[in-house]
Structure formats: C-alpha cells, structure tokens
Design a protein around this ligand. Structure first.
Ligand code: FES
Length: 544
C-alpha cells in the first residue's frame, strides 16, 4: 500500500486521497477552513498549506522540496511524499493566515454562539499569535437576516464559501453569493431570494466560525454545557443520524451525525426543528381517567397506580381486543405492547397506526432526500407485529378491527394531530386505553389515558425506509411523569400477572426479539451509533 510521511509518521493511503484526507484518516490535524468532505475543493483559505518533499523520478527519485507550500486539501497524496505541517515555513504560513483572518474579526467570543466549537477560536490558540499587531480601525460589516432560520454576522465571516458551495452543489438552489471585492467581500443572498430551502440549517453547521447562526438556538446555551447523545431522526422515515444536544433535561438543538450511507453530513430543517413538541407546554404529563378529576403533580404515583389498575381491569374484561401500534414507536415498544396484548387475548387484532405521508420524496442534487413518509418506524413496527403471529392490519382497516373488539389499546406519539373521524366513529362505546403525548380528540374519549415518552426520552431501534435497523439512545429523562410505551406495557403485564414490574431494557428487548420472535437481525444487523470523538483541548485550565 502506498504511504506518505506526515511530520515523521508513516501514513498509508488509497489512491485518490488528498494529503489532508490522509492526515485526518490517521488523526493528524492539519488546520482547514474551506475544505469540507461533502463539498467541492476550492483551496481558498490557505490555512492548510504544507511543506512537501517528493521523490523526483528525473533525478533517481531523490527527495526534492516542492519550491512553494502546497494546499493539503487539494494536493493528491503520492507514494514517498514527505509532508511537514510543523516546519518553520508551514508554521509561518499558519500564523500569517490567522493574523489576516483576525484583522477585521471583532473577536467577540464572549457573546458569540459559536464560542467553544469555533475553528477560528481553536486555531487561533493552536496556530495564531498571542497578540494582534493591527493598530488601525477594524472594518465593520452588517448583520443580515438570511431567511427563516439563519442569521449572518458578516464581520465574523472568513469567506471560506462553504455555505455558498452548499447552496450550489447540495441543494442546487444557489441563494447565497459572494458580493464585493477584497476586504469588503461579504456573503449575501441573491437579490430577491431568501435562504429558505428545506436544508437551509446545514449552512449553520458548515460555518467554521460564528458567522452563520441558528435563530432558534441564538443565545440559548453556551455549547460547553451541552451533552450530545447519538440518536436517529424520529420525525421521518429517512433514519437520518443525529445528535441530540441537551442540558439538565432540556433539548436545545439537533445536529446531523455523519453517516455516508444514510444522510451524509446533512439533515433537513424538518428534522432539525421538528422536535420542539417534546417540550411543548400543552403536552400531557399525568395519567387521566375518563370519569375522574384531573390529578395534581404531587399525586403522580397514585395516578399511575390507579390508571394502570383500571387499564388492566378494563382490557381483561373487554372480551376480544385490538391494538393500534403507532409507527412513531420503536421496535422495542411494539414488541412489549404486542406481547402484552397477545397475553391478554391470544386472538387480539394488531393494527399499524396511521403512517402520515406528505407529497412525494424530494431528492436534491447533492444526494440528500427529504422523505415524504413522516413516521420513523412503520417498517419496524410491521416487522415486529408480524413476528408475533396472525394478520397485521393497516390503519385503513381499523374499522374492521374495532368492529370485532370489545376493548382497544391505542398508541399515538405523533408530533401533530392524528386522530381521524373514522377512528373516533369506530370506537363506539368500547373500552379504550390510550398512550399518547400531545392533546387530541381521543384523549377525552379514552377511558384510561397514559402519558408516553417521545423517542428522545427512551432508547430503541428504528427501521428506516431502506430497511436499515438503527439504534438510538435516550437523550433526556421522560418529561415529568411520562413513561415509554414499552415501560407502560411492562408495568401493565406485571399487574396482569400479579408480579412486580421490571425496568425496560432496550438491549434485552432486542435479544428477546431475536430469540423469542425469530428476528435474529435485531442482534446481528442492528447498527449502533458511532460517535465522532472531538480532539481534547491541550489548553491549560487556569483557576481564577
Ligand atoms: Fe485547504 Fe482551505 S482548507 S485551502
């Protein structure tokens, strides 16, 4: 395998990789701003210039220095190259570039949202000068409202043009342009346009400095307080890999997690901002009984106890049962609910809840697809229910399922209204246990309402539109007194059997799916999240 040397370390590479890609693959840092793996290479920022010595085939392959520094992001690796990023010439260039970039930069890190995750800040410590030599007045650039989600602080911009290339190459919408010349260059929207395509929020992640900011996250949190939990899109069927960033049980933002086989580096704005119902004020947080006054928060334990008892009693005595299992639930939720219903009534009818579809899939030139199906796990729920045996009905046959049943177990967990007139009409006066999150017409109708947890508040597995099984982890505790559907099913089953309940464990449920339901893929083919490790700062922490 061909190899190059980077600062004395031998690094093997595959043909076609650039020096920067080889360095990053071997965890050697070369500073870079304009390069991004999902965009074309423009080599404009010049921070990545390196000193290269290469064998000269016209001189017996004697190593000779390439007479000028070369951009590591654009120069292909070739066998035998010797690369220095820490030679006096390379270091001199890094310092010069940093000095130029900071000449007109306001250095307003204390009030900048990007502080703590800013390449300019990090590289300034690692590659810059400790003090500015610039005595003159700094140029001031305007703040701009680029669209519904993004603000531009022009004077923090380093003109890497990642955002401009994104709108040209990935979305094909070309809303962003470079306007002006020299020190007066600015990013702007094309006259008459706004940055409002379905993927617009990705420019915020792409910006290596604090120039493009998320209106939704503006001044909400310092990023070093945030904990990042690997998760999967719980809004659409795409299975996009995401990180849920949260602090003290509150989610503040969603970021894409790189997965070249699913979402690349991007997520849609729908996924980025569609989670906010998790903390919606109107969300139900306590159980409710139809003929009972609402409980107060301090009565939560009584509320759960009485509601679970009423649910078990009602379902036991209802005769034939039917269960509507929502495609918003995880495979593990579906497994526990299915087992519960089948133990209460081995002939119970299982129905997959409504699968919302809006329009058609929309693919962008950069390869990203916004999915029309607005449920993360219809395929997984169908697969698990089918493994429990018997026919699994789609929601358009819910009337048929209700007609033969005396009691129903219904699950929702949709971010918006989902209950149809047809469903309400089909229920008649049957006994209904509802597990749901947001207010809807079925909450008042249900004999027992049990507040459930969104996907961010539990762990589990979703099967996406390409039948890929992906695990997501619990980011936050269930809000207030909510519980996951799987935990509620375990509690109900324990009450039915007269046993004490156990805690839900997603890994154990996957093992049961493999051993008891014959779905070995839940052990062998499940993709666990891979978490990118960020480099630890080598700055010394000073106690003040
Ligand atoms: Fe190489 Fe910008 S990263 S020139």
């Amino acid at each position: 395998m061909p190899s190059i040397s980077i600062n004395g370390y031998e690094c093997q590479f595959t043909e076609g990789q650039t020096i920067l890609e080889v360095a990053l693959a071997h965890e050697h840092e070369i500073p870079h701003y304009c390069w991004h793996p999902g965009l074309s290479v423009v080599a404009s920022c010049r921070i990545c210039l390196v000193e290269i010595w290469a064998p000269n085939p016209r001189n017996d392959n004697v190593l000779e220095e390439i007479p000028k520094l070369m951009p590591a992001c654009q120069t292909p690796a070739s066998d035998g190259q010797v690369v220095y990023t820490d030679s006096p010439k390379a270091v001199g260039n890094q310092r010069a570039v940093m000095e130029y970039l900071l000449i007109n930069h306001p250095v307003d890190c204390p009030v900048c949202d990007q502080a703590g995750e800013c390449s300019l800040q990090d590289y300034s410590y690692r590659y810059g000068r400790s003090a500015s030599r610039f005595q003159e007045e700094k140029l001031k650039q305007p703040k701009k409202d680029l669209g519904p989600n993004v603000l531009l602080y022009s004077d923090r911009c380093i003109m890497c043009t990642r955002c401009v290339r994104f709108t040209r190459e990935v979305t094909g919408t070309s809303e962003l342009i470079v306007e002006g010349r020299g020190a007066l260059e600015q990013i702007d929207v094309f006259p008459g346009l706004a940055l409002d395509n379905e993927l617009s929020g990705n420019v915020i992640d792409l910006c290596p400095v604090g120039a493009l900011l998320d209106k939704d996250f503006l001044f909400q949190q310092r990023v070093w307080y945030l904990t990042s939990t690997p998760s999967i899109d719980g809004i659409t069927s795409g299975g996009d890999n995401i990180s849920v960033e949260h602090n003290n049980g509150v989610v503040y933002r969603i970021k894409p997690r790189t997965n070249p086989e699913v979402n690349g580096w991007w997520i849609s704005d729908e996924i980025r901002y569609g989670w906010e119902f998790v903390h919606d004020e109107s969300r139900h947080r306590l159980p409710m009984l139809r003929d009972h006054l609402p409980w107060e928060p301090e009565e939560a334990s009584t509320a759960w106890g009485e509601s679970l008892d009423r649910a078990v009693e009602g379902l036991r005595t209802a005769g034939r049962l039917a269960a509507i299992i929502s495609p918003m639930l995880s495979c593990e939720d579906a497994w526990h609910l299915g087992r519960l219903v089948r133990e209460l009534d081995p002939e119970a009818t299982l129905v997959v809840g409504p699968v919302p579809v809006q329009g058609e899939d929309k693919s962008f030139p950069g390869g990203y697809t916004v999915r029309a199906e607005k449920a993360p796990n219809a395929r997984g729920v169908r697969r698990v229910l089918a493994a429990l045996g018997g026919e699994v009905l789609e929601f358009d046959r819910v009337g048929e399922a209700c007609a033969g049943a005396g009691g129903l177990l219904v699950t929702g967990n949709y971010p918006s209204a989902w209950v149809t007139d047809a469903l309400l009409d089909s229920l008649g006066d049957r006994f209904v246990v509802l597990m749901d999150t947001m207010p809807n017409r079925l909450v008042e109708r249900a004999d027992v309402f049990l507040p459930s947890a969104t996907w961010m508040e539990k762990s589990g597995t979703f099967q996406n539109v390409d039948d890929r099984l992906q695990v997501f982890e619990r980011a936050i505790e269930p809000v207030d007194y909510c519980k996951s559907e799987a935990q509620i099913a375990i509690d109900l089953l324990a009450r039915h059997r007269g046993e004490s309940s156990t805690w839900f464990n997603a890994a154990l449920a996957r093992q049961q799916l493999a051993s008891e339901a014959g779905l070995s893929a839940f052990v062998t083919d499940v993709q666990q999240p891979s978490v990118e490790q960020s480099a630890e700062s080598d700055m010394q922490v000073v106690d003040l």
